[in-house]
Ligand binder design. Structure first.
Ligand code: TYM
Length: 337
C-alpha cells in the first residue's frame, strides 16, 4: 500500500486553489484500495501566521467541513488535527537538532520576508519569528512521523518536500545504523492544475487577498468573486488570447478536456468576458453544487466534526506513539529501566 499524506494550514477560508491543488487530488487518491491516506489540519502551522485564536478555531471548522463535504470518508482516511498528536512537535525538535541552519536560510517564505525588509531598508530579520524560520522542519515532522511516501500538494510546497527529504536522509544517516528510520517522501503534483491563479493572475493565495471562496458564502460569494477576475480590455466580438488568460486556466481546472477546447474556441471567436465568467461559474457550480449542502450540514455540527477528529487522532497515535518510542531509542533518549 502507498501511504499518502497532506495538510492544510488553518488560517483562513478554503479557496479554489486549496481545492484543486490539494483537496480534490487527495480525495481521489483516498478512494483507491491500495492507498492508505492521512489528511490533517495543520493548526500548529497556523500559529506562525495568525495570532487570533478565534480565527484559527473558525478556520479549523471550515477546513474540516470542506474536507468532509468534498468526500473524505473518515472510516477510510486517517483524518486528524496536528495539535492532537504531541509526537509531532517532539519529532520536530529531534529534526531541528540535525537540520543545518543554512538549509533553512534558503526557504522561500523566509527569504521573501528578508527580501522585503531589505527593500524597506529595515533590519533583515524584522518580524521574522523562529516559527516562520523553522516552518519547513515542522512540515518535515508531519510527513516523516507517518512515513508518507506521496504528498499531494500545490507547486508552492515543492521546496518544503525537498527539505523534508534532506532532513530525513540526514537523520537516517546519523541514527539509522543501516536501517531506514524514515521513508523519503515524494511530492505529487496535479499537472493539470499546478498553480491555480487568483483574481489578479498571481497564485491564488490567502496572503494576496485574491481568492475565490470554495463554500463559504455559497454560490453567491463565489459568483461575486468570479466577477472580479481581471481580464484585458478586449470587447465582445474581439478574439481573446485564451492561452494567456487566467480565466481560461481557472476554467480548465473545472472542466473536461472537451469542454475546455470548446471554451477556448469560443474565446478565440470573440466570446465576451462577462459571458465567459458566467460559463466559468456554471462549471464551478456543476462540480461544487452537490457538496454545498453537505458543507452547511457539517458547519452546523461542530460537535460531530470534533468526534471525527478525535477518532482520527486515536488512529494516528496508534502509529505515532510506538514510532516516537523507537526514535527516542535511536537518538539515545531511552529510559533506563
Ligand atoms: P496551505 O495551507 O498554504 O495550502 C494547502 C494546500 O493548497 C495548495 N494550494 C494551491 N494549489 C494550487 N494552486 C493554488 N493557488 C494553491 N494555493 C494553495 C498548497 O500547495 C497546499 O497543498 N505548509 C502547508 C501545509 C502543511 C503540509 C504539511 C502539507 C503543513 N504540513 C505536510 C503537506 C504535508 C501549507 O501551508 O499549505
Amino acid at each position: 500500500n502507498t501511504r499518502v499524506l497532506t495538510g492544510i494550514t488553518t488560517t483562513g477560508t478554503p479557496h479554489l486553489g486549496n481545492y484543486a491543488g490539494a483537496i480534490r487530488p487527495s480525495i481521489q487518491a483516498s478512494t483507491r484500495s491500495d492507498v492508505d491516506a492521512f489528511y490533517f489540519l495543520a493548526d500548529y502551522h497556523a500559529l506562525i501566521k495568525c495570532d487570533d485564536p478565534q480565527r484559527i478555531a473558525r478556520s479549523r471548522l471550515e477546513i474540516a467541513a470542506t474536507w468532509l463535504a468534498a468526500g473524505l470518508d473518515p472510516e477510510r482516511v486517517t483524518f486528524y488535527r496536528q495539535s492532537d498528536i504531541p509526537e509531532i512537535p517532539e519529532l520536530c525538535w529531534m529534526l531541528s537538532c540535525v537540520t543545518p541552519k543554512g538549509l533553512m536560510n534558503r526557504a522561500h517564505a523566509y527569504k521573501a520576508a528578508v527580501d522585503q525588509n531589505v527593500a524597506k531598508n529595515t533590519d533583515e530579520d524584522d518580524g521574522v519569528t523562529m516559527g516562520l524560520f523553522s516552518y519547513p522542519v515542522l512540515m518535515a515532522a508531519d510527513i516523516l512521523m507517518f512515513n508518507a511516501q506521496k504528498v499531494p500538494v500545490g507547486r508552492d510546497q515543492i521546496q518544503h518536500l525537498e527539505m523534508a527529504r534532506d532532513i530525513a536522509q540526514r537523520f537516517n544517516h546519523l541514527y539509522g545504523r543501516g536501517e531506514e528510520l524514515f521513508v523519503l517522501p515524494e511530492v505529487q503534483i496535479d499537472d493539470e492544475v499546478a498553480t491555480l491563479p487568483g483574481l489578479d493572475g498571481r497564485k491564488m493565495s490567502k496572503s494576496y487577498d485574491n481568492t475565490i471562496p470554495l463554500f463559504e458564502g455559497g454560490s453567491k460569494a463565489m459568483r461575486a468573486a468570479v466577477k472580479r477576475i481581471v481580464t484585458d480590455s478586449r470587447g465582445p466580438g474581439e478574439p481573446k488570447d485564451a492561452e494567456n488568460s487566467h480565466l481560461f486556466t481557472l476554467y480548465r481546472a473545472f472542466a473536461t478536456p472537451e469542454q475546455s477546447a470548446a471554451f477556448r474556441k469560443a474565446l478565440e471567436e470573440g466570446l465576451a468576458w462577462g459571458e465567459a465568467k458566467e460559463q466559468l461559474c456554471e462549471r464551478i457550480d456543476a462540480e461544487l453544487g452537490p457538496m454545498r449542502d453537505r458543507y452547511e450540514d457539517f458547519i452546523a455540527r461542530p460537535q460531530r466534526i470534533e468526534e471525527i477528529l478525535q477518532a482520527g487522532a486515536e488512529k494516528a497515535r496508534r502509529l505515532s506513539v510506538p514510532f516516537i518510542e523507537r526514535l527516542r531509542e535511536a537518538v539515545g533518549l531511552r529510559r533506563s529501566t
